[in-house]
Design a protein around this ligand. Structure first.
Ligand SMILES: Cc1cc2nc3c(=O)[nH]c(=O)nc-3n(C[C@H](O)[C@H](O)[C@H](O)COP(=O)(O)OP(=O)(O)OC[C@H]3O[C@@H](n4cnc5c(N)ncnc54)[C@H](O)[C@@H]3O)c2cc1C
Length: 291
């Protein structure tokens, strides 16, 4: 087996999480590994509606956190909700500074759309529903022009190396059909979700959770793996991955109807089409099961 040592941070996964971590690690040297070519095989490039953040006049991180907690049916960790809501606006501004062309209001602020479970328009969108592709293009450009980052695409994670104390000391990847061991003083896994394990997914099929599984096998405590988001309006046309009717449609007033033409959501939740996504997904499932 070929072996190399990287004297810096080793990051596996080149979605928005891995790329953002690579940029933040400067001036430390980063080796960024991804199984697919950049901008492919990641959910980040497929995101549509945009990023939820309290950016409008009259909106606040506290209101955003309160909506998040209300949507979570008692399961939301309020400390994490507050943290994400507080850091959201700066995260959007940082991506805009990197060149992501967010839609703007006439006054130059962020144009924001309404989506399910938000009490006000709060989704910063990019060229309508092109958020993922446009944000990723800007961030990939920033990474490729950063001298501290080296990208190795086509390297699929197969194993984690541990030292005698159990600490992670590197990874085993397969590249061009050959196994390769890479050791490094710091290893960060950003391999995304597990959608590819389902019979039908809206994520790229490559996302099969190896990072999560290998971390668990190495003794990491995995937080909340049961929270898997199901897009309520994946389009059922026998394709996998299934195409997605953007979440923004319901915010713009689109109605969900059954085969009798009945707009059924009002029977399931007071907010009808704007109910939390898990409620909408279960209601659609119930309507399908009822014929
Ligand atoms: C169709 C769709 C629409 C969405 N719309 C929105 C939206 O509007 N707003 C929003 O906030 N979120 C949205 N999301 C969710 C959002 O895209 C994800 O939560 C986010 O992009 C996850 O980023 P990530 O970097 O963690 O993972 P990903 O972007 O999936 O990146 C994972 C990376 O790990 C790599 N990888 C995986 N396994 C291995 C392996 N074994 N070896 C090597 N590399 C590996 C992949 O190739 C990829 O580079 C949407 C998701 C989808 C699928």
């Amino acid at each position: 087996m070929d072996r190399i040592h990287h004297d810096g941070v080793l990051i596996v996964g080149a979605g928005l999480a891995g790329l953002s971590a690579a940029l933040s690690a400067a001036p430390r040297k980063v080796l960024l590994l991804t199984g697919a070519p950049l901008n492919q095989g990641c959910s980040s490039a497929w995101a549509q509606g945009g990023m939820a953040a309290a950016l409008s006049v009259g909106d606040t991180p506290e209101l955003h956190a309160a909506d998040t907690i209300a949507a979570g049916a008692g399961l939301v960790d309020p400390v994490m909700a507050a943290l994400l809501a507080r850091e959201g606006p700066a995260a959007v501004r940082r991506l805009a500074e990197l060149g992501a062309p967010f839609d703007r209001t006439a006054e130059g602020g962020f144009a924001q759309s309404l989506e399910a479970a938000h009490s006000r328009p709060r989704i910063a969108r990019v060229k309508g529903d092109q958020a993922g592709r446009e944000i990723m293009e800007a961030v990939v450009r920033a990474v490729l022009s950063s001298r501290h980052v080296e990208v190795r695409a086509g390297a699929r994670l197969r194993g984690l190396l541990q030292d005698a104390e159990g600490r992670i000391s590197g990874v085993v990847v397969v590249q061009n059909g050959r196994p390769l061991e890479i050791t490094a003083p710091a290893v960060l896994l950003a391999t995304g979700g597990i959608g590819g394990l389902y019979g039908v997914t809206t994520t790229p099929a490559e996302l099969q959770g190896e990072g999560l599984a290998l971390a668990a096998l190495a003794g990491a405590m995995i937080g909340d793996p049961e929270f898997v988001q199901f897009h309520p309006t994946a389009i059922d046309i026998g394709r996998d991955p299934a195409p997605l009717a953007t979440e923004a449609l319901r915010g713009e007033g689109a109605k969900l109807i059954n085969t009798s033409g009945h707009a059924f959501m009002a029977g399931y939740h007071a907010d009808a089409e704007l109910a939390p996504r898990d409620v909408v997904a279960r209601a659609i499932h119930a309507e399908i099961a009822a014929g």
